[in-house]
Structures are given as C-alpha cells and as structure tokens.
Design a protein around this ligand. Structure first.
Ligand SMILES: [Ca+2]
Length: 443
C-alpha cells in the first residue's frame, strides 16, 4: 500500500534509468499541433480506491453515488467514513496484464511480472480491450502512442505498478503520450485509461488526445512540457485527481495546463498550478476539420469541479474561449494566479465565449478581480462566490494546498454532483458539507 502522503505534491522519482527508445511512435501523423491554434490540453496525481469508472458513456469520478447520499449516510448511519487517503489501486484481476520494466526487460519476453517487456509501446501493441499495461518504477525515455480502442466497460489501461512511480520523460522529443487512431482523419479512439503515471518534458504536450472518447486520466503528474499538460479534443473525458503543473516555456501564449475542445468533459480534484498561461482553456472550436462528429468539437457541458488553481504565471485559472457554452465551474479555489502579470482577472476569464455558464461556490483570492469585463447575465450566472478571502492552505509556498482547520473554504462547496472523493481518494464530504478546492479537510 502506498501511503499517499498528506501533502504529496506528485510523484518525485527521477532516477534516470534511461532505456532505448525502441518502438515508440514516430511523429508521422500526429494530427493537431500545439502551435497553430489547434486544440490542446494537460493534466495531474494520485487518488486511489475511487478509481473512476466508465459507465453508460460519461466517466464518473466514483461509483455513481451522489455526494448527497454519502453525506446522508454519514449523518444518519452513525458509521464514520474516516478520513484516510485512499491506498494504492490494486492491479485488476481481469484481462491480460503486460508488465514493462525501465531496465532489464526485453520486448521478446512474455511480458509477465517475471519477464517484463522493455518498451511501453510493445505492451500497448499487444493489449486488447480489457487489458492493462503495468509500468514498474523508473524512467522511460520513450514516446507512447495508442492507436486502437478498448471497448465499453473494458478499457485499455496504462498504469503504474502499485507503490511505484514510472516516469515517462519525453526529453522534449514530440508529445509524450499520444492517443490517436491510426488514421486520425475522422477516426475516433476510445476507452483508454491512464493512471498513476508521471509524464514530463513533452515537446508540445505531455498527453495529446485526438478525437478521443471515454478517455480517463487519473492520479497522474503531468509537468514541464514546452506547451500543455493535456491538449487535443474529445468527448466524455474524465481528468481526475491529477497534478498538472509547470507546463509551458513562455515561448507562445498557448501554454496551458489543459487546452482542449469537445463536449462533456469532467475535470475534478486536480491541482493545477505554475503553468505559463491559463490553468484550463475551455476551447470552443467548432471548426475542427478532422473531428468525427460534433461532440468532438465546441466545448459544452463541461463540469469543472473541486480543483485548486494556483500560481498561473500570465493568465487566470480558467478561460471560456470562443464558442464554449453551458459549462459548470463549481467548488474550485483560484489562488494567486497571474503571478507575472498583475492586471486582469485572476479567476475565470471569458473570451468571445458563448453563454449559459454557471459559476457556483468558488473561492477566489488575489491578485485581480474574480471575473472582469463581462458582467453576470451576459455569459454566465454566479452564485456563492467567496471572493478575497485567503483559503488558508497549510503551506502554499511549498505547494501544500490542504486546508487549515479554520479555512473559509471548509464546508462551503455546493453538494450537488460534488465528487464523492477528494484529490487523495478521501471521502467527501467530511463534516457539514463538501469543501471548496481539491482537498477535503478531515473532520
Ligand atoms: Ca467538509
């Protein structure tokens, strides 16, 4: 069991066990690129027991039970839920497991635990729906490309070995992980899960999703790409419990934590900090020529809930961009974004946005206004904002975004559809209601 430390800021291993880049995908038909205004994105770190599942299409953060139910059971059942962070997710007992080692493996091996493969790509190429590629700890200097889909209820999963931290270090040689059908022109790819990985130094993006559906990214630490943590387009995508940090090299202005298009994205429980520009660009591009259907374009029906946004360098936490419409932004903390550029809003920005957005029970603290220029009623409705109050993190300077006992963010989140676990897999809510931000304080 991996004790998910109370203030773990993401897997830290960097032991540089470099393996040959054998079999990694080339950048032949990579599709959209970061530079040309095409959609892109990025993502984050470990939760645990509450591994999101894909059911009925839209991935959910939990088993589908509402937080309200959980709260009721806590109060009436008399059975305290406890406040432990979730342990490491055990390996599945269904499907084929392919093990990959950062050193000592061979792609001619069986790929079982005793005789692991050498390249992640070999594991992916062998996997079919329902299978899992398990990475041992260490550093993989490889590019990774998914070309084939899983099936509904049987995703293809790429994840860490329990308790170990695999690091995919792209060394700025193309996008680190690409999820894109063999012929991306109009082709979709789906039912892919990434869990418990550290991905860094992507050139462009740490994760590229092209025409993805039913994609799940959980407990990952995505950092230090030139461009974005996650970029691309898709539908029914869940980004939960990740750390998405320090992406962007300040060369262009499209260097965001997440920069994506499409319908029905759920972005929950993430720590999104230190990125060059916006934490998330909700990019409502309708004119994506390679999209297989309208659900892969625009940016509607997003649910951005219980994230903590901090220290974005040149922009705010979230921008609703172009045709984005009908998105819900709920229970998030926006803390000292625009560290390098003091003017302008530092919470949520609207840029040629469509309407119908809802801002619900968010907390915003410095340096600029929560939202500027666009009054409520023009593009959005707003309720329950806590503005200008320090959320009292345990130690923001050290990137410990847990809440102190007297934080004004405690119990101020809206309960409707709040995720049933927090960034570390801890039961939410604790106490009188869900907290605002990625962490639920123990009570
Ligand atoms: Ca609470």
């Amino acid at each position: 069991m991996l004790a998910t430390g109370a203030c773990q800021a993401g897997p830290a291993a960097d032991d540089r066990l470099v393996t040959a880049d054998g079999g990694g995908p080339s950048t032949d038909d990579q599709g959209p690129t970061t530079g040309g205004g095409g959609p892109t994105t990025d993502g984050g770190l470990p939760t645990g027991g509450g591994l999101p599942t894909t059911e009925g299409g839209l991935p959910t953060t939990d088993g589908g039970e509402s937080t309200a139910d959980g709260a009721a059971s806590t109060e009436s059942g008399g059975e305290p839920l406890g406040c432990d962070a979730a342990g490491e997710t055990p390996l599945p007992d269904t499907g084929q497991l392919y093990f990959v080692a950062a050193s000592g493996g061979s792609d001619s091996n069986a790929g079982d635990e005793a005789a692991p493969l050498a390249t992640i790509q070999e594991g992916i190429d062998r996997a079919v729906a329902g299978d899992t590629i398990v990475l041992r700890g260490g550093t993989y200097t490889q590019n990774v490309r998914f070309r084939d889909s899983g099936e509904e209820g049987q995703p293809i999963t790429l994840r860490n070995y329990p308790g170990e931290t695999p690091v995919i270090d792209n060394e700025h040689d193309g996008n680190a992980i690409v999820i894109q059908a063999t012929n991306y022109q109009g082709g979709a790819i789906g039912w892919i899960t990434l869990d418990g990985l550290e991905v860094k130094n992507g050139h462009g993006k740490n994760i590229e999703i092209t025409n993805g559906h039913d994609i799940v990214v959980t407990r990952c630490h995505l950092h230090s790409s030139n461009g974005q943590g996650i970029g691309g387009n898709g539908t029914r995508v869940l980004i939960d419990g990740n750390v998405i940090a320090d992406n962007g090299d300040f060369v262009g202005n499209q260097e965001h934590g997440i920069y994506t298009s499409g319908k029905s994205w759920t972005i929950s429980n993430n720590l999104i900090y230190g990125n060059a520009f916006w934490g998330i660009q909700v990019a409502g591009y309708e004119d994506i020529s390679y999209a297989p259907g309208p659900e892969y374009t625009g940016a509607s029906d997003w649910f951005i809930v219980n994230n903590t946004f901090a220290f974005a360098h040149n922009r705010s936490g979230i921008v609703l961009y172009a045709g984005a419409e009908n998105d819900v932004i709920q229970n998030n903390i926006f803390f000292n974004n625009r560290t390098d550029e003091g003017s302008g809003d530092s919470g949520v920005s609207f840029y040629n946005s469509g309407g119908g957005h809802q801002l619900i029970n968010n907390l915003h603290f410095g340096p600029g206004p929560f939202v500027s220029i666009h009054p409520a009623g023009m593009y959005y409705s707003e309720t329950g904002t806590i503005d200008g109050e320090d959320p009292l993190f345990v130690d923001a300077d050290s990137l410990d975004f847990h809440l102190q006992a007297d934080s004004p963010a405690k119990n101020q989140g809206a309960a409707t559809d709040a995720p049933a676990t927090d960034h570390e897999g801890r039961s939410r809510p604790q106490g009188a209601g869900p907290d605002v931000g990625a962490f639920e304080a123990c009570e």
